[in-house]
Write a protein that binds this ligand. Sequence first.
Ligand SMILES: C[S@@+](CC[C@H](N)C(=O)[O-])C[C@H]1O[C@@H](n2cnc3c(N)ncnc32)[C@H](O)[C@@H]1O
Length: 156
Amino acid sequence: MANISRTYREACFFRELKMPTGTMSNTSVHFSSQKMDWKTPDAVYDLLNKEFMFDFDPCPSNPQFDGLDCEWGESNFVNPPYGREITKWMVKGFEEWKKGKTVVFLIASRTDTKWWHSYCMKATEIRFIKGRLKFKGATNPAPFPSAIVIFKGRLL
Ligand SMILES: C[S@@+](CC[C@H](N)C(=O)[O-])C[C@H]1O[C@@H](n2cnc3c(N)ncnc32)[C@H](O)[C@@H]1O
């Protein structure tokens, strides 16, 4: 797999991602900060999980721990709470990656922010999602673009 080009792997990822995405049609909610818990669509999680074989989600739907203050797994899927806390999650993910772990973020593609430039731009790989994700349980596509930001650990 190591020789397969990044472009080829990205093409495979998006071809397999056969799920409803759409253009921005819902203008009633303009900013992600109004909702904090956009749940990952199963198709996105399943596809990424097939590739990265996650063993930990530091910010699950019903957390029984503080994901910002615990040791993460070897391969982590992170769809962090939206809003101001995002920087703390990027910092924590970056620290866990520095320990050799794999950290895969599903986040809003906020390429104009400080956290994007300080952390995402240091990622191993960024996959920009074409169209808008329809998050689990949502009626409409998200009012923001999303990206998969991948920090590959020592085992990949
Ligand atoms: C965007 S949702 C993602 C939920 C789920 N992981 C998914 O992908 O569908 C973020 C979740 O982080 C949880 N959360 C918020 N602060 C947390 C913390 N300090 N530690 C662990 N989980 C937290 C919230 O309960 C929320 O459900």
